[in-house]
Write a protein that binds this ligand. Structure first.
Ligand SMILES: [Fe+2]
Length: 276
């Protein structure tokens, strides 16, 4: 990956990320390699949910992604491997089935850091208003912090600093791990987030101060378009992103009740082009 030396400013100049033609692995690999994400486009434009499932299967095949991974949190709940992200009356899921904004996070609440390497988000229907997806080059922000304040950065590498706890009613589960882990190629896997699920476990007052500095640094940097891009997916567009190295979030949205926003999501333990 070249992610550490790239930035999103050029891509965001038009207010949008770069959209490739559907299934052009050469160009899309380049984008994934350089920026950690790419958006492909359906040849047909607007699509049905059935078309979307078929096109997601084609994206998986073209980019060497295996079958969708069922995350530990949902494994006992009969969730399908490709999940519908839409407003759903009566659902207890705190993030999938509401129009509320979703804070920074990585997918795979209970998984070890770096387990879910790729997320696919396919837009069947956008919202009436809002619903942008935000991506943050968290590894680059971490590298900056490491150079400026190694003590603060060091706390984020400690293996028991961050717990992530389920907010699904009645599901009491938490996984503890580091916020960043070196991948050995100069990049870092991440499970950075600041939302409803995080529990921080500094071991003493000194570490508490370091942690506060580290989180403050992320808050100050994460709106910079060099390291963050906001995407408003259109019908027939599929966002592919490296969930192990980018954090993401979602803007609040409003729906037309007759045709509510519908995204399909699948998670993968492979990275595009490098099956594990
Ligand atoms: Fe997510």
């Amino acid at each position: 990956m070249r992610l550490m030396t790239s930035d999103y400013t050029e891509l965001a100049a038009s207010g949008r990320g770069y959209v490739t033609d559907l299934l052009r692995p050469d160009r899309t690999y380049d984008l994934l390699e350089g920026y950690g994400f790419a958006v492909t486009r359906s040849p047909s434009g607007a699509v049905s949910a059935k078309d979307a499932h078929r096109e997601m299967a084609a994206v998986r095949a073209d980019f060497g992604l295996g079958e969708p991974y069922a995350p530990l949190l949902y494994r006992d709940r009969g969730a399908p491997p490709v999940t519908e992200v839409t407003r759903k009356a009566g659902s207890d899921h705190p993030a999938f089935h509401t129009g509320a904004a979703q804070g920074w996070h990585t997918d795979g609440l209970l998984e070890d850091i770096g387990t879910i390497r790729t997320t696919l988000l396919y837009c069947v229907r956008p919202a009436r208003g809002g619903g942008r997806t935000f991506l943050l080059n968290a590894g680059r922000v971490f590298e900056e912090l490491r150079q400026r304040d190694p003590e603060a950065a060091g706390v984020l590498l400690r293996g028991t600093i961050l717990g992530r706890r389920s907010t699904i009613p009645g599901v009491v589960r938490e996984a503890v791990g580091p916020v960043f882990a070196a991948l050995g190629d100069g990049h870092y896997a991440t499970r950075y987030g600041e939302g409803q699920v995080e529990r921080w476990y500094p071991k003493d007052a000194a570490e508490q101060r370091c942690l506060a500095r580290a989180l403050r640094y992320f808050r100050a940097r994460r709106d910079d378009p060099d390291v963050r891009i906001d995407l408003l997916l259109q019908s027939g567009q599929c966002l592919i992103f490296r969930n192990d190295v980018l954090a993401h979030g979602r803007e609040y949205f409003t729906d037309d009740p007759r045709c509510p926003r519908l995204l399909l999501r699948s998670l993968h333990t492979d990275a595009p082009g490098c099956a594990s």
